[in-house]
Design a protein around this ligand. Structure first.
Ligand code: ATP
Ligand code: MG
Length: 396
C-alpha cells in the first residue's frame, strides 16, 4: 500500500489569471522544503497537489514539513489504490483501521473526477459505508455530525482514501509577495511581525543591530535562534548583523537625551535602507519594504508621531503588521510559532542601552533633524556597513 500526501491550495485557488504563477511558486517552495527527504512525484489536478514518494521514506516527517509551507489550506496523508472498488474497500479497511476503531460514528464522502469509474459518488458512499459498518462493529453512520469522515477520491491515475484533513499554514506562497527586510530585535514582537509578512508571501531577509560591548554574544545568538525557528516556515533567511556601537555612542554624546530612541530608530532605517540598496544592486532580490514589530502606543517610541518621524528617515514603505494588535494577541502568535520562549530570555538589546528615562512621545521632525545635523551620518553609516556581517540562517 502506497501512502501519498494530498494538498489543497489556499487562497491561490482564488487568484484568477495569476493562479499558475502562484502554483508554480508553491510547488517550488514545497520541493525546496522536501529536498533532503527523498524523491517525489508531484502532480496538480483539480486544485489538489498530490505528492507521491518514489522511494521508501517517512511520510509523517514529510507531512510535518508540509504543515509549515505557506499557501496550503489543508493537507492529508492518504492511501493510494488502483481503481478497483474491492481493492479500494480493502485498503480503506486496512489503512483506516486504527483510526476507525477509535470512532463511534462516521460518514463517507466520495469525489469522482474520473467519470469512467463504474460507480457514481452516491453509490461509492453507500457501498463503502455498508462495507465499513460490517467490518467495524463499533461504527454507526451519522451524516450530520460524525466523529470522522472517510473520504474516497477517484482521480485519473488512482483512487485515494483518507480520513484526516489537517489545517495547512494558510497564507500565500513565500516569494509571491515580493522581498522584504525584517528589522529583528531579540524581543517578542519582531519575529511575529516577520512571520506574519512571510505568511502573506514576503520573502524575508533580516537585519539586526548589535552594540558590543554593551550587548553580549548571547543576545546575538538569541536573535539567530529566533530566525532559525522562523526558518521552519521561511526555509532560510539571509541575515545582516550590523555593529551599531559607534553610532549609538555618537548619538548619546551629541544629541539630546530625550530624542535618543527616535534618532536611533531613524538611523536603523537609514542603515537598513543602504543594505537593501546594496542587496538589490547585486540582482538576486528586489527588496521594496522594511518590516518592524511596532504596535501603536505599545511604548513611548511607538506613538503615531514617533512613527511618522521614523518613516521620514527612509523612502520606502515600512510594514508594521502588528500595528493594531494588543500585546496579548502578539504573545499568543509567538507561542504558536514557538518563538516566545526564546524571545523572553533576558538578554539586552541595543535599544535598551542608553535609553532615556523620558523619551519624547511627540517629537518634532525639525528638532530631530537639527539634532541629527551634529552627526556625521554618512561616515557613521559607512563605518557600520564595513563592520556588517552577512550570513545565511537555516532551520536547526
Ligand atoms: P520587539 O519585541 O520586536 O523587540 P519592542 O516592543 O521591544 O519590539 P522596540 O524595542 O521599540 O519594540 O523596537 C521596535 C522595533 O524596532 C522592533 O520590533 C524591531 O522591528 C526594531 N528593532 C528594535 N531593536 C532592534 C535591533 N537591535 N535590531 C533590529 N531591529 C530592531
Ligand atoms: Mg525590543
Amino acid at each position: 500500500m502506497k501512502e501519498v500526501i494530498l494538498i489543497k491550495e489556499g487562497e491561490i485557488a482564488l487568484k484568477g489569471l495569476n493562479r499558475s504563477n502562484f502554483e508554480i511558486r508553491l510547488l517550488k517552495n514545497i520541493k525546496q522544503r522536501l529536498k533532503f527527504l527523498g524523491n517525489f512525484k508531484y502532480e496538480y489536478a483539480q486544485s489538489t497537489l498530490t505528492i507521491e514518494p518514489l522511494e521508501e521514506c517517512d511520510m509523517q516527517i514529510v507531512a510535518e514539513k508540509i504543515s509549515t509551507v505557506f499557501g496550503i489550506a489543508s493537507y492529508s496523508l492518504a492511501a493510494s489504490s488502483e481503481k478497483d472498488f474491492t481493492t479500494i474497500k480493502e485498503i480503506a479497511k486496512k489503512y483506516l483501521k486504527e483510526h476507525l476503531t477509535q470512532c463511534k460514528t462516521f460518514k463517507v464522502e466520495a469525489r469522482r473526477s474520473d467519470k469512467k469509474f463504474p460507480l457514481k459518488s452516491p453509490q461509492i458512499c453507500a457501498q463503502m459505508g455498508e462495507f465499513l459498518i460490517n467490518e467495524f462493529s463499533n461504527l454507526t453512520v451519522d451524516v450530520h455530525n460524525p466523529d470522522t469522515i472517510v473520504r474516497v477520491e477517484i482521480r485519473d491515475k488512482a483512487a485515494y482514501i483518507y480520513a484526516k484533513r489537517l489545517p495547512g499554514a494558510g497564507g500565500i506562497p513565500q516569494g509571491c509577495g515580493g522581498d522584504g527586510m525584517l528589522l529583528i530585535s531579540g524581543g517578542i514582537d519582531s519575529p511575529v511581525a516577520g512571520w506574519m509578512m512571510a505568511k502573506r508571501g514576503l520573502k524575508l531577509q533580516a537585519v539586526h543591530f548589535i552594540s558590543p560591548p554593551y550587548t553580549s554574544e548571547r543576545a546575538l545568538k538569541k536573535v539567530e535562534k529566533l530566525l532559525s525557528i522562523m526558518c521552519k516556515w521561511c526555509d532560510c533567511i539571509p541575515f545582516h548583523c550590523v555593529n551599531f556601537t559607534e553610532f549609538q555612542e555618537e548619538i548619546r554624546n551629541k544629541c539630546p537625551n530625550d530624542l535618543f530612541t527616535i534618532i536611533m530608530r531613524r538611523m536603523m532605517m537609514k542603515i537598513s535602507q543602504k543594505i537593501i540598496q546594496n542587496q538589490n544592486t547585486q540582482g538576486y532580490c528586489n527588496i521594496q519594504t522594511m518590516v518592524t514589530g511596532e504596535s501603536l502606543g505599545q511604548v513611548a517610541s511607538q506613538t503615531l508621531g514617533a512613527m511618522v518621524c521614523t518613516d521620514a528617515a527612509c523612502n520606502m514603505p515600512v510594514l508594521r503588521p502588528l500595528i493594531g494588535m494588543d500585546k496579548s494577541e502578539i504573545v499568543n502568535i509567538s507561542k504558536d510559532i514557538e518563538t516566545f520562549e526564546t524571545s523572553i530570555l533576558p538578554y539586552e538589546d541595543c535599544c535598551t542601552v542608553f535609553t532615556p528615562k523620558h523619551p519624547k512621545t511627540k517629537p518634532r521632525l525639525s528638532d530631530i533633524e537639527r539634532a541629527e545635523s551634529k552627526l556625521n551620518i554618512d561616515g557613521l553609516i559607512q563605518n557600520a556597513l564595513e563592520k556588517t556581517k552577512f550570513y545565511l540562517i537555516r532551520e536547526e
